[in-house]
Design a protein around this ligand. Sequence first.
Ligand code: PLP
Length: 399
Amino acid sequence: MNPNTDFIPFARPSYSAEEEEAVVSVIRSGWVTTGAVTAEFEKKVAEAAGVKYSLAVNSATSGLHLALDASGIKAGDYVITSPYTFTATAEVIRYLDAHPLFADIEPETYNISTDRIEELLNRKAAAGSLPSDAAIKAIIPVHVGGELCRRPAILEMAGQKGLAVIEDGAHLQPEPLLTDSESILVYSFYATKCIATGEGGMIITNNAAAADRMRTMRFHGIDREAWDRYRKPGKRAWEYDIIAPGYKYNLPDTASAIGLVQLHKADWMRKKRVEIAALYNESFSGYNFLKTPSFSGGSSRHLYILRIDSDRLTIDRDRMIDELTERGIGTSVHYKPLHLMTYYRNKYGLKPEDFPESLKKYETSFSLPIYPDLTESEISRIIDAVLQIGKKYWRTKQA
Ligand SMILES: *Cc1c(COP(=O)(O)O)cnc(C)c1O
């Protein structure tokens, strides 16, 4: 083992004996699929988020799909979202044969621009083809990196036009947010996210009708009332009714057991990320070849997205990543915008310059490791490597 060259992975979940014991206990109980532990996990997330309804699902992708279905999105409808996201956000729109309508991000953040949304709603701009009578039915904002988008403005615009709002909260952790709305928010518990259960997600909302529909569709479209009725002792326990062709999106207790432990540690884990982000920002802020991210107080800091000033360096972002890899530092890019991806590009006739902010940020940014189990020496190695490479290719030493 050489602490100077061992590869530092981009992401690593923070697990201890507690998560191990929680899984073992589920296995020993003999009930490994959705059951009491998942119900407990849902209850705890609802409490932490201060909402009426919470539904565990096997991924955020499933949750977003159920949310769109429950919002009445149909074939041919349009849903506004950001190109600066993971494909899951937009692919679920296509599951329903509806169409994503991309709105570029703000100059200051990686989040969807309310000005661009307004232009789309007023039909002042639409990349690709938007028939003049096309029905825009929903907005899916993404809270990129855990930095909240302009929720109040988006909720207001949606309210005025009668649009559903489905929040992609894949980078958030449960805390009170939906107190002002009937919107639906979806968390991800994927291996790299704030709370990691391997695969998993949770839908939260205060909208009773949507919660009902999602609960039914989450598990094969089984009529829950009939299910509960027939489950009562003395009734026909084998009988149930199907009211729609639903999905198999439930979360097993093995995953929920990990989730309960992770939820309990969530604030501590965020505190660690806050410390790491502060250390990075402090170390990088004196160098004009780097553009450090700024964080709002409530940000989960799921991601640390650093940008290079390409006028100040003789290398580009790709080369920066290569040099970091050579020094044993894992990185990632959040995101290669969806309008550059073959499918969306071809399907909707999109060009790179259609979303200039997304393009610019994509070309100059990369994400550094930020997770609780990073050791002090690993953090130092990461900082040293970034500065060493930057100084090596610094175009001018003048500020
Ligand atoms: C991870 C992620 C998703 C999908 O989450 P899964 O739980 O893997 O389905 C959706 N949107 C964003 C922004 C993500 O980062």
